[in-house]
Ligand binder design. Structure first.
Ligand code: ATP
Ligand code: MG
Length: 570
């Protein structure tokens, strides 16, 4: 025991295990639960999964994978008012997309309603539960505070017979919602507020998406979760830190069922909080319902489906989660770290191509009219095995409007009158002193340039150095596209911590739609769903679901560099 001063987490890290994995390893070594390992991921189907859930998924499925156990998918569907099959389907899809599988172990808390009912009846008969006729406000008022004891309900000492009769009638639909609840009879003076006769069941008359109108009473989270773990054979019930104070109650109810041979155990880790976004399902639902975003899978949303649509990869999300790790302390993680992981993965897999976002036409006056040729472009310099593609070059091309300045400042290494640049993969061009063509309002409409025929790669002048290299596309073969430039959803770092309405903190520039973008034919030909591109010098893009060959639509996944970081350093 030489390391007694080092926190458990650090010890575990030394062995390459996080603190949860260390607990699991120790339990397995001690032969607990017959040497079995079974975790579960327990989403409530009341919204789409977000990146915070991805952290829980990586833990629940990851630890099972690592130690040869299994992980159940359990839908925690105990509140029919908020739940829907649409959410069940999206949750399944998102977990699979992240790369995890639950095999045939798909369960629902609603599957256990009969067993939970039986347990409740048993507790009533044993004098451990009672029906309370008070309103939820009255019950809350009697709760007391952590330092002062609560007050006992006037209904606390009903006989088991009366309680059972009332509970059955609650479930028969004889009473209105809110008229009565079933409470556990534990201790109104307990220092743990969760022990002050917690509510076990409430009346809900909305039909359930799986059990229909069978039930009129529904179990509360604290009465359902631990027992569901037990019924399923879950050994390690891993959740987030806000459940620490619930743990004694979890153990209290589980003890009614478990014995020495098998008992589920709750372990808590820190939840994922991310800058420039919100993680509350309630707030995300509000953004969707009020049309402030384009659905749960809007590419600005922190949802898994939004990130998928935006072009994030499962690997980048998993790498990010790996990097931030699991601890017992709440933290706010920088979205820049996630973006870094996305860039890193896309840099290795994205197909390179050229697109001009704000086109400016260039006519190369000494290039013969009607002539054209092709140049070879590398598909991915990070992976030469991906080969090359050819790109047309012609007398008329487009360059980026921002790459030209009529009166440039010093050290402007792009194009200006009298200046030279290399067109990436092709020739050096020079803008003529009198080559700036304008319309009646003085707007630049076209540039007249000349090219150096010797400067193409493989030619004698190919080694000639010029300061700037621009991306470009040939005008007549370019294909029109719309791009959606996405940026961070919120303008403030931590919307949840700010005073005021979070909706007022949305970033007004989180989506800028640009039409008339010119892409090279190779991009247009390969713009199938899920394809990842790097538009050279611009950023990473992926076709949106709405994209068709007749109207190409690309989502910007992320710019090549972190412009926000630069802003902050100014
Ligand atoms: P609700 O308020 O609806 O309960 P929730 O975000 O807790 O919202 P659940 O569907 O209950 O949603 O979550 C399923 C699992 O995901 C839980 O085990 C929960 O602890 C975990 N989880 C939820 N949010 C995060 C987060 N931000 N970071 C890590 N894990 C999370
Ligand atoms: Mg929850």
């Amino acid at each position: 025991m030489a390391d007694t001063n080092i926190p458990q987490e650090e010890c575990a890290e030394k062995k390459g295990l996080n603190f949860v994995e260390q607990i699991v390893a120790d339990d397995l070594a001690a032969g607990k639960n017959g040497g079995r390992l079974n975790t579960r991921f327990p989403p409530e189907p009341n919204g789409y999964l977000h990146i915070g859930h991805a952290k829980a998924i990586c833990m629940d499925f990851g630890v099972a994978e690592k130690f040869g156990g299994t992980c159940n998918l359990r839908f925690d569907d105990t509140n029919p008012v908020k739940e829907d099959v649409e959410y069940v389907d999206s949750i399944r899809e998102d977990i699979h997309w992240l790369g995890f599988d639950w095999g045939d172990r798909e369960y629902y808390a609603s599957d256990y309603f009969p067993q939970l009912w039986d347990l409740a009846v048993r507790l009533i008969k044993e004098g451990k539960a009672y029906v309370d006729d008070q309103t939820s406000e009255q019950i809350a008022q009697q709760k007391g505070t952590p330092t002062t004891p609560g007050q006992e309900s006037p209904y606390r000492n009903r006989t088991p017979e009366e309680n059972l009769d009332l509970f059955i009638r609650m479930n028969n639909g004889e009473f209105e919602e809110g008229a009565r609840v079933l409470r556990a009879k534990i201790d109104m003076a307990s220092p743990n507020m969760h022990f002050r006769d917690p509510i076990m069941y409430r009346i809900i008359k909305t039909p359930h998406h799986r059990t229909g109108t069978t039930w009129k009473v529904y179990p509360m989270y604290d009465f359902a979760h631990g027992q569901s773990d037990y019924f399923e054979g879950v050994t390690h019930s891993i959740c987030t830190l806000e459940f620490v104070p619930h743990r004694p109650l979890y153990e209290h109810f589980v003890k009614e069922l478990a014995d020495d041979s098998y008992c589920p155990r709750q372990i808590e880790f820190n939840r994922l909080n991310l800058t420039y976004t919100v993680m509350s399902k309630r707030k995300l639902l509000q953004l969707v319902k009020e049309g402030l975003v384009d659905g749960w899978d809007d590419p600005r949303m922190p949802t898994i489906s939004g990130m998928r649509r935006r072009g994030f990869t499962p690997a980048s999300i998993r790498n990010f989660i790996d990097k931030i790790g699991y601890t017992k302390y709440e933290a706010l993680n920088s979205i820049s770290l996630l973006e870094h992981a996305v860039r890193e993965d896309l840099n290795s897999i994205a197909t390179r191509g050229m697109a001009v976002i704000k086109p400016l036409k260039v006519v190369i006056t000494n290039y013969p009219e009607g002539q054209s040729e092709t140049v070879e472009m590398e598909n991915n310099p990070e992976n030469p095995a991906e080969g090359t593609h050819s790109m047309p070059f012609a007398r008329e091309i487009y360059i980026e409007r921002d790459d030209f300045m009529e009166n440039p400042p010093k050290k402007f290494f792009r194009l200006f009158p009298g200046g030279e640049v290399r067109l990436k993969g092709a020739y050096i061009i020079k803008c003529e002193e009198d080559g700036v063509i304008k319309d009646a309002d003085g707007n630049i409409t076209e540039l007249r340039c000349t090219y150096d025929p010797d400067s193409r790669s493989g030619m004698p002048g190919s080694q000639r150095k010029v300061k700037g290299t621009l991306h470009w596309v040939a005008a007549d073969t370019a294909v029109d596209a719309t791009v959606r430039m996405y940026d961070r959803l919120f303008a403030v770092e931590n919307p949840a911590a700010e005073e005021g309405d979070f909706r007022d903190m949305l970033n007004p520039e989180s989506l800028i739609v640009v039409d008339g973008v010119k892409v090279e034919p190779f991009i247009a030909r390969n713009a199938e769903n899920g394809k990842k591109f790097q538009f050279q010098r611009i950023g990473y893009f992926t076709p949106d679901y709405s994209s068709t060959p007749d109207h190409l639509v690309f989502n910007r996944t992320i710019a090549l560099k972190d412009s926000w970081e630069k802003e902050q350093k100014k």
